[in-house]
Design a binder for this molecule. Sequence first.
Ligand SMILES: [Zn+2]
Length: 310
Amino acid sequence: MFLAHASGEHAPAPRLGTFGRGFVQAMTSREHPPRHLERRWATRYSFRAELEIEWGSAVLRGKTRDIGSNGMFIESADTLWVGAGFTARLALGRPVGCPGELTAVPVIYGASFMTRCLDCGSERTTDQCPSCGLTTAAAELMFRRRLMRQTGIFLLGSLAFPYISQIYPPLDLDLILVFFGLVFFGALTLAVILERRARNHQEIELLKRVYNGFVPLPWILAATLFVNGRLDSQKNVVYYPTVVVGRFNMKGIVKGSRRLVVRSWREGQRVERLAVDMDDFDRFHEGDAIVVGVGPGALGIPWYYGAYRR
Ligand SMILES: [Zn+2]
């Protein structure tokens, strides 16, 4: 909670709902402000009304406590930064808008508040970040732009990954796609939470770092699989005799998600689901005896090289 004493000596003649230069005072107790603070103020009148404080894109709620010729006293569970420009709306039957500015350090009683710059993550106690020089509103804008850009990079990679992964398809492609699906939904959930927390001016440093790690992941995974097959020599390809036991075509998920199911040659594995191209898919049928070429992979990820009739 903080107590904002809006208006001050430079303020024009007080008018209900108008904040001039305001400041926030340290209060030792919620209900009993220290005496020395009170002396500075003109006679105040008890005035209780609900208040909405617009700060950036956040809307904080508070209550007025009293009003005097110097301004108005506000209680809120949320905090504003020193120098934070804000607009307050009073619930007085019809809303009264009033711009204000905080010019002293808020004292925080609640635990949930932002102590870091949204943009660069530096600790700060004033509206303007000491590191990057951005104000709260500017930092929020910068953060949003970067979040959009990062999410764009992530989505593009997520679209590209299923295609790139089929150029040199790993034997365990389906497993990798399941993992990738989890990464995809995890990252998008994180982006939504980040956006929401930023809008509410809550702490986001840790989440920001986790999200930064997610962003290049589709590209890294795609590049890994591509390099793994690309740098593998044809000399290394090993051929395994096997039998086709099934085929299926996953329509609609990713174009060309065709699987030829064959009896596995790997220990502890019953079948292999080969990511074949359209030709191989149409060429083979259940019961066909075939030979499957498998590359060991330049990065150690075995991949499907091709299938031939025995
Ligand atoms: Zn900053």
